[in-house]
Design a protein around this ligand. Structure first.
Ligand code: ARG
Length: 486
């Protein structure tokens, strides 16, 4: 029947239904009865959404099938009419998926395109499908169904990334790196512990998406244009058909609410912000100056002019794309802020930011999950950096406190020892006992147990601490937690 018109632009407004070549575009408008003049050609393209909302065709068809079943259930459609509609919609779906559907700008959006195609295909019965509903509750339903599917895919990718981080944490539970505050070497930590910090961020993100899904999965259908419908509809029947967990309680709210979309975008912006921070670390760590990690060649690019370069494009791009998603959140909030109840055409502007948010987030999660499975860890460089930064200074202070020195005094003693280390280019563990004792007579031979990197990390052996033993235990708990939320 229809052919795919790949090239719809704002200047292309022709509708070429092969079954009705004699119809003028104006004749196809559902509101034609009321209008005497045709739509301005530019306005037609300007107000259309089919170029982007066609991506919801699956949800639109599922919603129509459920609606038709409900209409038959309450006796508004005959069984035969219902069957014709369901068969027709199935054929249309096949045509769309074969890339042979002719999307027409004249028919404005995905909803009217599919409805018109159905009428082309099955005749007058197609025109009965829209009984007791409006595009206003239809579009709200489509978006919710679409986001419900996408949230499930997002969570799957998120878990894949979490698993990659947990595997890396297990593998590097005892690998020591400098921990930073102010990007200055602070105390030694284990690389596994650092990876699990990002796992925690993502775990909160995951729970936000799971929570958001509850508010997405509520059915607006039945609200019709804004006030409900005069037909004795059975909304519980339709909701069950579509797998909705609840039904919007208020028809005005049902057609105008886009909170759920804003909420999803906020969750996405926060998740992207986490990935952006993580990206910043990966970019630093992959530099020659840090040399903590190497990203696999398949996730990097080279330079066309500088042969030595290997650029961490993937983390850089994810960091960059975060700006886009944060921008979409502001777009959607601003889109809603001036709208009176109920539906306004402004709402059509919700889709592009929402779709791009979903695409950007899914892409970023996918590439991250793959990339983190192929990270090479340069244990030696990390270790050297931890030593160079006097990262066990706090351990020396704690040692003195345990020997009865007040913390402030201990802080000063350690400061002097660090000064000596800097001047003589030695790590604390390389300074002799006699030299250390000139700063405090409480320092004994056992001090070297705490001055080593291993001693330092192993001593932080409590829940949430960086000790390798704790990291291994946290890995086991993390795997359990991933399973619980699947
Ligand atoms: N394309 C529209 C949108 O995305 C569908 C709803 C149109 N409703 C209307 N009354 N014009 O919001």
């Amino acid at each position: 029947m229809h052919k795919m018109d790949q090239q719809i632009t704002m200047s292309d407004t022709t509708h070429s239904s092969q079954n009705s070549p004699q119809k003028t575009p104006q004749a196809e408008k559902p509101w034609n009865g009321r209008f005497t003049e045709p739509t301005d050609t530019f306005v037609e393209a300007f107000t259309a959404s089919v170029t982007f909302d066609q991506r919801m065709y699956r949800q639109d068809i599922a919603g129509s099938v459920a609606h038709a079943k409900m209409l038959a259930h309450i006796g508004v459609l005959s069984i035969d009419e219902k069957e014709q509609i369901i068969d027709g919609l199935a054929q249309i779906k096949t045509t769309i998926e074969a890339g042979e559907f002719n999307w027409s700008i004249t028919l404005e959006d995905v909803h009217m395109n599919i409805e018109a195609a159905l009428t082309d295909l099955i005749g007058i019965t197609g025109k009965k499908l829209h009984t007791g509903r409006s595009r206003n509750d239809q579009v709200a339903t489509d978006i919710r169904l679409y986001l419900r599917d996408e949230i499930d895919l997002i969570i799957t990718e998120l878990k894949r990334l979490q698993n990659a981080l947990v595997d890396l944490a297990e593998q590097e539970a005892g690998t020591i790196m400098p921990g930073f505050t102010h990007l200055q070497t602070a105390q030694p930590v284990t690389f596994g512990h650092h990876m699990l910090a990002w796992f925690e961020n993502l775990e909160r993100d995951c729970s936000r998406f799971i929570d958001c899904r509850k508010r997405v999965n509520i059915m607006p259908l039945g609200a019709a244009a804004l006030a409900g419908t005069t037909y004795p509809i059975d909304r519980a029947f339709t909701a069950q058909e579509l797998g909705f967990e609840g039904i919007c309680e208020n028809s005005l709210d049902a057609v105008s609410d886009r909170d759920f979309a804003i909420e999803l975008t906020a969750d996405a912006a926060l998740l992207m912000t986490h990935l952006s921070r993580f990206s910043e670390e990966l970019v630093l760590w992959a530099s020659a100056q840090f040399n903590f990690i190497e990203l696999s060649d398949s996730f990097c690019t080279g330079s066309s002019i500088m042969p030595q370069k290997k650029n961490p494009d993937v983390p850089e791009l994810v960091r960059g794309k975060t700006g886009r998603v944060n921008g979409h959140l502001i777009s959607l909030l601003t889109l809603m802020k001036g709208q009176p109840l109920a539906y306004n055409k402004d709402n059509q502007e919700d889709k592009e930011p929402l779709f791009d948010t979903v695409d950007t987030l899914k892409g970023s999660l996918k590439v991250y999950a793959d990339m983190m499975q192929h990270v090479t860890v340069n244990k030696e460089s990390m270790r050297e950096a931890a030593i160079r930064g006097f990262s066990t200074a706090t351990d020396l202070a704690d040692y003195l406190v345990r020997a009865g020195v007040p913390f402030r005094d201990a802080h000063e003693v350690v400061g002097k020892a660090v000064r000596l280390g800097i001047d003589s280019k030695r790590d604390l563990a390389e300074i002799s006992l006699q030299e250390l004792q000139q700063f405090s007579d409480k320092i004994q031979a056992d001090v070297f147990d705490v001055l080593t990197l291993e001693g330092s990390v192993s001593a932080r052996n409590h829940l949430g601490g960086t000790a390798p033993e704790q990291v291994r235990a946290a890995v086991i708990r993390a795997r359990d937690r991933i399973k619980k939320t699947s």
